[in-house]
Structures are given as C-alpha cells and as structure tokens.
Design a protein around this ligand. Sequence first.
Ligand code: ZN
Length: 130
Amino acid sequence: MFRGTRENDSGAEPTEVQETDTPVEDVAYYCHACERLITRARWVIRHEGAHEHRRFNPAGFVFRIRLFSEAPGVAVEDVETEDFSWFSGHAWSIATCGGCGLHLGWRFAQAGSVFFGLIRNRLVMRITSD
Ligand SMILES: [Zn+2]
C-alpha cells in the first residue's frame, strides 16, 4: 500500500550497525556538540517503512535523518510551515538542541501525528545507565 520507499531510502548503503547486544531501553542519543540527552532508542519509529531517511532541502543539501516519536532534549521553534515538507501533509518546524542551540533536525506534525527527524551525524549514540 505504501510506495516502494525501501529502494529509495535504504537500498544503497548499509545503515550503521545498531548495538544489537544492548537492550534498546539502554541506548540514548546525545547532542554531538554539548552532549545533552536528546532522545532514546525506545522512541525510534518508522515512517513509510524506514527509520532512516535521506532528504534534500531546496538548496540541494542532503540530510540523513532518523525518526523518533519523542525528543525531549530539543527546543522547537514556533514557526511552522508545510513548504517543501519531506513528509506529505506534515508541517515542519526547526528543532534545535535545548542545550547549545545547534540545529538538530525538524519536528513534523499533522493531526494526530507528530514525530522528529533528527540529523544522524549531529547525534552521538551511547549506552546509558539511567
Ligand atoms: Zn547541544
């Protein structure tokens, strides 16, 4: 029923290995600049069949983003728009690190559906004990 996103989004390159021996509850993602806790592996979601997506912005920059249902460590800007949205029907807002202000990704929202797309190489994945 969904279009064939697997070929488009996750076919070419192998995604980085997840820490398979570690329970997902124990993996967290931190801002790579200030090490603030941003989100956790337990909030990983898939959209159109994939957790990780490659997207281009109108200026031609490519972003590899990972999707999460929650990201308590970000601050979301008030401005929301549907222009050039990467996920149809979803308005987006800029999401920055709540600690240092680094642009970490975007929040995507439509009625009944909110998720975060966070730029892969601006997060550090680490095993946590809390
Ligand atoms: Zn930060």
